[in-house]
Ligand binder design. Structure first.
Ligand SMILES: [Zn+2]
Length: 318
């Protein structure tokens, strides 16, 4: 459940933004596009990386939510609205990843061009979310092949706005799809190093469901698909029991989620089930809902996937 305080704060922030959108005289549509660069604003760093790869030199891309920012709990600031409305194109993940931002796009009444990259996927390929996180699990980037399905909507939206760049966008997209194909094969080869019985991935929140489905891991998160839900002592006890009975050797913190909850679970597991579980964190924390800093190895989607897989394989293979 989203706590009432959180929800009302979020709604309050959104209402003030929506009110700003509706102010008469603020202009009637997104800025006209005449020549490159196409100014793109993306919500998450994963989406920004995808657009940068497909857009190449014809676009400039900024991410609204930087490294370490949790999109589920993201509260738009008033300045965000100006940034959104100043962009030629806005790309977001969708499937309720970004809290209620999709509602903001819907309510902006054509005053921005917004494309939800994961919304465009065939919904038959999506996992169901838990009750708190919307209808579908939004963390589609953890199955590399599924994420590749978000390339065409980006390519097509850029080409529609900037037809002179169509051939460039098509070539960039085709090249990136090849890279993603190779990355998927690389992940499959890496996870083979972990025996099937040891493929148990436990993290702070339930972000890795698509990873588990694609690469054969049983996945559990202390929190649900959205971090907006709070965990209780019952959730912590259940996870401790699972870790103790399955003798899981390690659990993983995430860069965009606090780790206190997981620490409490490990305490319970030690006390009640006499089983010590290693907490993988610090430089080895997994990147779940945000990439690393720009210019570092985890600052790109491919770098983030490689980091996560390396950490997971090295902690679970022994
Ligand atoms: Zn998440």
């Amino acid at each position: 459940m989203i706590s009432f305080g959180y929800r009302s704060r979020l709604l309050g922030a959104l209402c003030s933004l929506v009110a700003l959108v509706a102010v008469p005289g603020c202009g009637s549509g997104p800025p006209p596009f005449t020549e490159p660069p196409v100014r793109v604003l993306a919500t998450t760093t994963m989406v920004a990386d995808l657009v940068a790869r497909v857009g190449g030199e014809r676009v400039t891309v900024e991410a609204l939510m930087g490294p370490g920012v949790d999109p589920h709990r993201y509260q738009p600031a008033a300045t965000d609205l100006q940034r959104l409305r100043g962009a030629h194109l806005v790309f977001f993940n969708g499937l309720h990843l970004e809290g209620k931002m999709a509602d903001l796009f819907a309510k902006s009444g054509g005053r921005m061009r917004a494309v939800g990259v994961a919304e465009a996927l065939d919904h038959a390929k999506l996992r169901a979310a838990d009750a708190d996180g919307g209808e579908h699990d939004p963390h589609v980037w953890f199955d590399v092949k599924l994420w590749a399905g978000c390339v065409p909507p980006v390519r097509d939206a850029l080409a529609a706005l900037d037809p002179a760049g169509k051939a460039t966008y098509e070539a960039n997209a085709a090249a990136y799809l090849k890279e993603l194909d190779a990355l998927d094969a690389e992940v499959r080869a890496e996870v083979e190093k972990v025996p099937t019985a040891k493929r148990k991935l436990v993290t702070s929140h339930d972000a890795f469901g698509y990873f588990g489905r694609a690469y054969g891991f049983e996945v559990k998160g202390l929190q649900g698909v959205s971090t907006a839900s709070e965990t209780g002592s019952r959730d912590r006890d259940e996870l401790a029991r699972y870790l103790g009975s399955a003798r899981v050797p390690a659990v993983f913190t995430e860069t965009s989620v606090p780790d206190e909850g997981l620490k409490a679970v490990l305490e319970t597991c030690r006390r009640d089930y006499k089983h010590d579980v290693k907490l993988i964190g610090g430089d080895d924390a997994l990147y779940s809902d945000a990439l690393g800093a720009p210019g570092t190895p985890t600052g790109t989607y491919a770098g983030m996937v490689r980091h996560n897989v390396k950490v997971i394989v090295s902690a679970l293979r022994e």
